[in-house]
Design a protein around this ligand. Structure first.
Ligand code: PEP
Ligand code: MN
Length: 333
């Protein structure tokens, strides 16, 4: 309460808190009174306490997210993606083209990443592009090709959903549904992905704080889908040498706050081919449970994100180096 709050102001707040079922603890100091309220957070927060006369500040002590927090679930969650575990002892590598362009391109990438040891394929059929004039993806045809590649190479796959109207279609094909950075705060889309049966890869919004990102995960969890993997993919900063700044500290911070697995995207964060290996190594060293990497058999012909796609040979080298860093931090790949 403000130092000038009257007894009547204090009593009014205490009464209103008791009315809504909170347990109230009042401590009176020399010049200020602190009112502690214990009870259901969502009930207590329904009232605009800072609008009450004499109230200086209302400070929530508990985290705004609940189910995705480590306080709720102390041990690491392991997410099953079409038979591949994410969040266990092994570091999971997801790789493939940014977008599915045609059968040859997808199959060449899938063969190469499988050969190098990746266990999940990536490739998008619906692309959220910054410009409306850029290639938007092959749509359902792209999903069909991904499903064919899954059969051929035995690799489960992830693809992005951008529009709730496509959710059922995408969910019926994929092993893992991705929510991209531009949609992290699209709450109807989060609720929708929380109501479908496939696990979810939730990318961090490029302007989102860690707390906002975990709240987005809470939206999904709350709808009943508990198989969520978080992905740090870089945030917007003042730096222009990279496309986004990979927030490497987010990995140990989120591992501390949440029980959900966390992976790193070194491709969309750096935005440059030569940064992909060093950022991958940094991610694994920092405790990431996996990586998601753009690999293209001929990046100079790529319709999307060619500058950051690595070639199959570079991907094999990456896998060897990541294997050594994983071993150094007590993990396998
Ligand atoms: C992607 O992974 O292809 C992608 C578009 O990523 P982001 O949403 O992180 O930009
Ligand atoms: Mn991309």
């Amino acid at each position: 309460m403000e130092s000038g709050a009257t007894r009547a102001d204090i009593e009014h707040v205490v009464t209103r808190l008791r009315d809504i079922g909170a347990e109230v603890h009042v401590s009176e100091g020399q010049s200020q009174t602190v009112i502690g309220a214990v009870g259901d957070r969502s009930t207590i927060q329904q009232l605009p306490w800072e609008a009450f006369q004499g109230v200086e500040r209302a400070v929530p002590v508990l985290k705004p997210y609940k189910f995705v927090s480590r306080d709720h679930h102390a041990t690491n969650t392991i997410v099953d993606v079409g038979g591949v575990s994410v969040g266990g002892q092994a570091v999971t590598v997801i790789a493939g083209p940014c977008a599915v362009e045609n059968r040859d391109q997808l199959f060449a990438a899938a063969a190469a990443i499988k050969d190098a040891g990746a266990t999940i394929l990536r490739g998008d059929a619906f692309k959220p592009r910054t410009s409306p004039y850029s290639f938007q993806g092959l749509g359902e045809k792209g999903l069909e090709l991904l499903a064919e590649a899954r059969e051929e190479f035995g690799l489960p796959f992830v693809a992005e959903v951008v529009d709730p109207r496509d959710m059922e279609l995408i969910s019926s094909y994929v092993d893992l549904v991705r929510i991209g950075t531009r949609n992290m705060a699209n709450f109807p889309l989060l609720a929708e992905v929380g109501r479908q049966p496939k696990p979810v890869l939730l990318k961090r919004g490029f302007t989102a704080t860690i707390e906002e990102w975990l709240n987005a995960a809470e939206y999904i969890y709350k709808e009943g889908n508990h198989a969520i993997i978080l992905c740090e993919r870089g945030i917007r900063t003042f730096e222009t040498q990279t496309r986004n700044t990979l927030d490497i500290s987010a990995v140990p911070v989120v591992k501390g706050l949440s029980h959900l697995p966390v992976i790193v995207d070194p491709s969309h964060s750096g935005g440059r081919r030569r940064l992909v290996i060093p950022l991958s190594l940094a991610g694994v060293a920092a405790g990431a449970d996996g990586l998601i990497i753009d690999v293209h058999p001929a990046p100079e012909t790529a319709l999307v994100d060619g500058a950051q796609a690595i070639l199959p040979d570079q991907f094999s080298l990456l896998m060897q180096q990541v294997g050594r860093v994983a071993a150094a931090v007590g993990r396998t790949i």
